[in-house]
Design a protein. Structure first.
Length: 169
């Protein structure tokens, strides 16, 4: 039987929910970036067209599925396009785990469907134009958290959190 993939969001947001500014990440936090690469290594990615095109985007070397209403005629290697979420999930139906990489539109659309959140909280109020949706804490259990303080390479402290959706009942 074809497995139905587990869907995981991975994101980093400030305390005021900012995730981006003019299609860039609004911070430079190398150890958070390393965490992101380690968690997602070798996994398929699902993301919106703007995040895929962002200059600081991380692409999967294995498989990228991009949501867009306007697919190019000649996709890059390891890249497929889907015109809506159900077509994207159909393409990914044979996978065990899929990481949803954003951005704001795709997080908002897909938060209700995901089983796990790898959500880093950057401990700062940041100005931006792209936001992570409100997470209703009663639906989620915090299963892991790792704090990283300010140092020479990180101007903000941050917490790398993992939340698992609570099962109803
Ligand atoms: N901090 C983080 O963790 C993180 C992670 C990722 C991104 N970001 C930030 O998020 C921002 C980008 O977010 P965004 O909301 O502007 O863009 P986005 O979600 O990356 O991409 C939006 C585009 O994806 C396509 N799309 C989305 N949902 C679709 C659907 N259901 N069906 C078909 N196509 C769909 C559309 O493409 P077309 O216009 O081509 O139709 C839409 O314009 C950037 O600032 C980026 O830096 C932050």
């Amino acid at each position: 039987m074809t497995p139905i993939p587990q869907l995981y969001i991975i994101a980093a947001m400030s305390e005021n929910h900012v995730i981006g500014m003019q299609n860039h990440l609004p911070w430079h936090l190398p150890d958070e970036w390393e965490h992101f690469k380690k968690v997602t290594h070798g996994k398929p990615f699902l993301m919106g067209r703007k995040s895929f095109e962002a200059p600081d985007a991380l692409h999967s070397t294995y498989r990228n599925v991009i949501l867009t209403s306007n697919a190019p005629d000649h996709p890059e290697p390891s890249t497929e396009y889907a015109k809506d979420i159900s077509s994207a999930l159909a393409l990914l139906s044979g996978e065990n785990e899929v990481f949803i990489l954003g951005g704001a539109t795709v997080f908002r659309e897909m938060l209700p469907m995901v089983q796990k959140l790898y959500l880093t909280i950057v401990h700062a109020q940041i100005e931006g134009d792209a936001f992570f949706p409100v997470v209703d804490q009663k639906d989620w259990e915090l299963t892991n958290t790792e704090y990283h303080g300010i140092d020479d390479n990180h101007i903000y402290s941050f917490s790398m959190n993992v939340y698992v959706r609570k099962t109803p009942g």
